[in-house]
Ligand binder design. Sequence first.
Ligand code: NAD
Length: 471
Amino acid sequence: MSSNISFYESVQRNFEKAAQYSGLPSGLLEQIKVCNAVYQMRFPVRIGEEFEVIEAYRVQHSHHRLPTKGGIRYDLGVNQDEVMALAALMTYKCAIVDVPFGGAKGGIRINPKKYTEKQLENITRRYTAELIRKNFIGPGIDVPAPDYGTGSKEMAWIVDTYASMKHGDIDAAACVTGKPVTQNGITGREEATGRGVFYGLRELLSIEDDMKKVGLTTGMAGKKIIVQGLGNVGSYSAKICQEEGNATIICIAEWDGAVYNADGLDIAALIKHRNATGSIKNFPGATNIADSKEAIEMECDVLIPAALENQITAENAPRIKAKIIAEAANGPVAFEAEEILLKKGIIILPDMYLNAGGVTVSYFEWLKNLSHMRFGRMEKRFDHNTYQNLVSLVERMTGKTIGESEKNFLTKGADEIDLVRSGLEETMVNSFHQIREVYLSRPEINDYRTAAFLCALNKISSDYLSLGIFP
Ligand code: NAD
């Protein structure tokens, strides 16, 4: 889908829409809005017998807090405009979920499927070396993470390159997040964005007033959901909404087609089928839909776009039938489409809040790396012993015996995964209500995106104002 305005322009227009309600001086708004540093690079990498010149970017949108933070994307659609838009969204996202970083983003303009693993490693290592040369990476400078087309494998190559070039840096592991758990990563990072989508959507679905507006009952159970993109974010969003929210995932759309079942698709089985056959198509019990663009226009309660930006434009917005759009991807709704959707009464949960689970758990990973210790290591046994003493006391006082499985449940000390999920849930629930408070207190605002922007603007501007740079 193409939009008449660029992705970056779309983000800027959304910013301006919110900025008019902020009451902040124009100079300060301009400083918050612009990208602070843009590094565009070209470097050669040997591919087979040839040298290929690779085009890549790293954009640091805001230095109001350091380090800056944001994922790295591998895709043929990568360009400076896109990376700037994604970096800007990261600044607002971090502010919304109280993650103390400025926003950044990186991208390499390649089709990763075209290269062997060794070639991808060479490209990733060379990109990291370029970032080191220009001081664009480091635990206190700029900390990348996975995004579209990258995962823990690429992050492992990045940290290894950084550590070998910065020999002796005791905090080297904190130069990138989303690493494999065995290489200083954190349990729960891979699922974090999708899990955050689940917590955020669950929160919206619990609000009676909002559900009345769109003609739905409260709660996630039984809600009919369509997910676009079965990658990292889409697969965990779908799986967790199904397994923990009892939602009915009626359709999954991928780049090469979609599958549909009105009674719900078994997402774990569909992922296995895709891994075995290379495609989601021909999944037993489901109907194939040849044109995946049509799939997102079908009747449903919630549409979760989890692929790329500009999927809903002014062209297809009139045909969207979902009652709620939960933006798991960055920028799936183009600026011109938003007005059309809002007029239709559709509620949009904005990207910069809803997919912030990834950066939230990345923040936990960064803290873990800087503390050089896994979460839960100090207190797990202590908590377990304390709870056991309490349970024994209750048994002695009541003369009753508590069953073994109940006892295990009551006396369990928290593991790292329990703490990560609890911290993520707390963050997503809290931030939703912060945004909703702004939404309710400003009658002139009729959408969650503008409210979320305003929340972010209030927090970022107070950082600048406390520095005394702006009067
Ligand atoms: P990914 O590469 O793991 O998965 C993307 C999936 O979308 C792939 O399966 C791809 O085949 C599919 N896809 C591509 N074009 C499509 C189309 N036209 N229709 C349907 N499916 C299509 O990427 P990801 O990490 O899951 O990222 C997805 C989105 O979420 C991006 O916008 C990204 O910026 C955003 N995001 C990712 C993270 C993260 O932690 N990975 C965090 C925040 C936001």
